[in-house]
Design a protein around this ligand. Structure first.
Ligand code: AMP
Length: 410
């Protein structure tokens, strides 16, 4: 029997998310999550999906990523899907920062590990956790290809005009300061799926992708190639997010240091964790914000308006970057679920060919769908993202003996 299964691992600082897929039809065999690794109250939730099995939850301390992965392997083995299975062809890892070097999914060896380690200064929160996941999985199955799929890779096609900050070139280069962008796996998947929805080849379609989750980013994709994205050196730049400020005058930081007596670390926490929607109104869940707006809450209204204002600025900017726009695609938690956000994002932009149909926008559905009025010049679409499927597809295409059946799942 040929090996057609790919395990996808997304290792965070205190969590591991995983999915096991069969790439013959891209069906999911099992999904799960280990949370609060290193605490006394760790939890593993595992759901086998092949025969409609029930979720299983294990509570109790899981000391580190190694213990977490071993626990995951045990759960998979209980369903006959263990890591020792001959049908497992590779493990695909989400790695947040691949710098300029990693433009493609990459089979991991010691040299690749060293390079990912070298990027820790530009991704101090994410790359160490990704590395731990990689090393642990490599120790468990040293014979199996381990593939790193980088969040930054899709954006490495950005021209220098979009990727460089306008600061002294030598200083920037010495410290690798440039715009890398993130959520690339999602932007790649969604831009391609949007072309599919339109029945056109990705090479023929220009798309503005709006990935609006708790983290949020926009990208301008010309003929399948990313030409600009809103996140930069770190995921802090760009749109207003759940807890991140997005764009701001860099002098705000010096001001807070000099006048507010805040340290760099305190400002880092302020801008990444206590800003955005949560900083503006105390909530970062768009459902709760909309409930408050509907109840007449002024702070929630202002937070929503600031969020939408920034989003519209990026839509306008990327319209100008692309020149011709065929589609605007909304994705991730807010983009897929919040009709009010989608409506407000393109309201009164009919001059640009942009509009949503009220009825289509209100429909709740799982699959990709158009929400623009029939015959609209620019398609507006909701395209659910699937980063795990994209990681599995890229992994399998690299080591699984040929192309996966991309997106065969209904
Ligand atoms: P993500 O990071 O893609 O998982 O998105 C998480 C965010 O999606 C949450 O913080 C909510 O703001 C938002 N979200 C999830 N479900 C809904 C919904 N039904 N309506 C509006 N927003 C939602």
């Amino acid at each position: 029997m040929s090996a057609t299964r790919v395990l996808v691992l997304n290792s965070g600082s205190s969590s591991v998310k995983y999915q096991l897929l069969d790439m013959r039809d891209t069906s999911r065999l099992a999904v799960g999550l280990v949370e609060r690794i290193g605490e006394r109250t760790s939890r593993l939730r595992h759901t086998p999906l092949m025969r409609g099995g029930d979720s299983r939850e294990t509570n109790g301390p899981i000391a580190d990523h190694e213990a977490a992965l071993k626990a995951v392997a045990d759960e998979l083995a209980r369903d006959g899907l263990g890591l020792d299975s001959a049908e497992l062809t590779a493990i695909g890892h989400r790695v947040v920062h691949g710098g300029r070097r990693f433009t493609e999914p990459t089979v991991v060896d010691d040299a690749v590990l060293t390079e990912i380690e070298r990027l820790i200064p530009v991704a101090p929160l994410h790359n160490p956790a990704n590395l731990t996941g990689l090393r642990t999985a490599m120790a468990l199955r040293p014979d199996l290809p381990q593939v790193a799929v980088f969040d930054t890779a899709f954006h490495t096609t950005m021209p220098e005009s979009a990727a460089r900050y306008a600061i002294d070139v030598e200083t920037a280069d010495a410290h690798r300061v440039r715009r890398y962008g993130f959520h690339g796996t999602s932007h790649a998947y969604v831009s391609r799926e949007t072309a599919r929805l339109l029945g056109r080849a990705p090479e023929d379609v220009n798309v503005i992708v709006l990935h609006l989750g708790n983290g949020a980013s926009a990208s301008a994709v010309r003929g399948g190639v990313c030409v600009d994205t809103s996140m930069g050196l770190t995921p802090l730049e760009g749109l207003v997010m759940g807890t991140r400020s997005g764009d701001l005058d860099p002098a705000v930081i010096f001001h807070l240091m000099r006048v507010g007596n805040m340290s760099a670390d305190e400002i880092d926490v302020l801008l990444n964790k206590r800003s955005g929607l949560v900083g503006l109104c105390g909530d970062n869940d768009m459902r709760e914000i909309r409930r408050r707006v509907d109840a007449g809450d002024e702070r929630a209204r202002l937070a929503f308006d600031i969020y939408i204002h920034r989003l519209r600025k990026y839509i306008g900017a990327y319209y100008a970057v692309l020149g011709r726009v065929d589609a605007v695609a909304f994705t991730a938690g807010v983009g897929e679920n919040s009709a009010p956000v989608r409506e407000a994002a393109v309201a009164d932009l009919t001059e640009l060919g942009l509009a949503v149909d009220g009825e289509l926008n209100a429909v709740r559905a799982d699959g990709p769908r158009l929400i623009s009025p029939p015959g609209a010049r620019v398609a507006v679409a909701v395209v659910p993202t699937d980063e795990e499927l994209e990681i599995a597809t890229q992994t399998y295409a690299l080591v699984g003996g040929g192309d996966a059946a991309p997106h065969a799942r209904p």
